[in-house]
Design a protein around this ligand. Structure first.
Ligand SMILES: Cc1cc2nc3c(=O)[nH]c(=O)nc-3n(C[C@H](O)[C@H](O)[C@H](O)COP(=O)(O)OP(=O)(O)OC[C@H]3O[C@@H](n4cnc5c(N)ncnc54)[C@H](O)[C@@H]3O)c2cc1C
Length: 291
């Protein structure tokens, strides 16, 4: 370890592209990659005393890293991998656990309800809580009893309540704070969940392009679908450098062939301005920029 670095889990000039599904963007000036909740707390407290920018990364499935990288500190949460069975259908799940592992190993194994809400969403549990990831069938925060967060006001165990989350967002963890772990409470159901899982996996494979992307680039506007609007604007297949608006699902912008972050950003702006001009609707990004 470089003796100037604060922890044995701190690495300078750390490439971020391999940590994301898009696979684009430059390195972080400093990455902290804690392996336990205690290390994450130490990292957060240390970062709070440093000047400059800071951000958080989970599984990198919903982020776009700038080509220039990140001239600041990135706390990478994907190594916090403990999962504890607490009994009575309750679980303590640390932020770095793969969300698909939760669906397959906990929800399907026990036939817990709402598998359809989380099937096929990549990334970590922490990222899913932060984004309140989900589908029309439900979302992550609906399955939680409480969440352990460290932020500017210290570390808190926040009881989950429906007033604290909404479509692809929440209010209990401001950007830059850390979701350390979630306490989940599932419900057993009589309705078999495996067929529901199989159905949604098959549907994703049929309707969504496979490859380097962030899923939906834009949130859906009230009462409509961003994909429908972008398709109706005639933008499917539009290219910018190595990036393309998918011709399978218009709300997916793919890194098709060594795209840069700038290529993808340019397509996002084209989609936004064209949809605004043609339909008067302002699309808002779901993808998170790290720059
Ligand atoms: C093919 C594909 C399909 C997708 N389908 C869906 C879908 O159906 N529904 C859906 O909701 N999403 C979907 N997504 C988007 C994405 O998978 C989710 O948003 C996912 O929950 C993000 O988790 P992550 O760990 O990858 O977070 P990241 O992408 O790493 O980060 C996302 C945001 O969360 C923050 N964050 C991450 N971890 C933490 C933490 N521990 N503490 C504090 N902040 C944190 C980051 O700072 C960032 O702002 C899809 C993405 C892909 C590539």
């Amino acid at each position: 370890m470089n003796s100037n670095l604060p922890f044995d889990f701190a690495i300078e000039n750390y490439p971020l592209a391999p940590l994301t599904i898009y696979g684009v963007g430059g390195p972080a000036r400093l990455a902290l990659i804690p392996r336990t909740v205690d290390e994450a707390v130490q990292a957060y407290e240390w970062v709070g005393q440093q000047p400059g920018k800071r951000t958080v990364l989970g599984g990198g499935s919903n982020v776009l890293i700038d080509d220039a990288g990140y001239d600041g500190i990135v706390v990478v949460m994907s190594e916090l991998n403990a999962l504890e069975v607490l009994g009575n259908d309750r679980y303590r799940i640390e932020s770095g656990v793969d969300l698909n592992q939760v669906v397959r190993e906990i929800m399907l194994t026990n036939n817990y309800a709402m598998v359809g809400g989380l099937t096929g969403i990549p990334g970590t549990v922490g990222g899913a809580i932060y984004m309140n990831a989900g589908t029309v069938n439900g979302s992550t925060c609906m399955l939680m009893e409480s969440v352990d967060v460290i932020g500017p006001e210290g570390r808190k165990l926040i009881p989950m309540h429906e007033s604290l989350y909404s479509y692809r967002g929440q209010t209990f963890c401001p950007r830059g704070s850390l979701i350390l772990q979630g306490f989940f409470k599932f419900s057993k159901t009589d309705e078999p969940q495996q067929p529901i899982y199989d159905h949604y996996i098959e549907r994703r494979q049929r309707t969504q392009p496979q490859g380097k992307c962030c899923g939906s680039v834009f949130k859906n506007p009230q009462g409509d679908h961003s994909g429908r609007l972008i398709q109706a604007a005639g933008l499917m297949g539009t290219r910018c450098g190595g990036a393309v608006i998918s011709d399978k699902h218009a709300n997916f912008i793919m890194n098709d062939d060594n795209a840069t972050s700038a290529d993808i950003r340019q397509l996002i702006e084209i989609a936004r301005t064209t949809v605004k001009e043609k339909f008067g609707i302002t699309l808002e990004e779901e993808v998170v920029y790290i720059k």
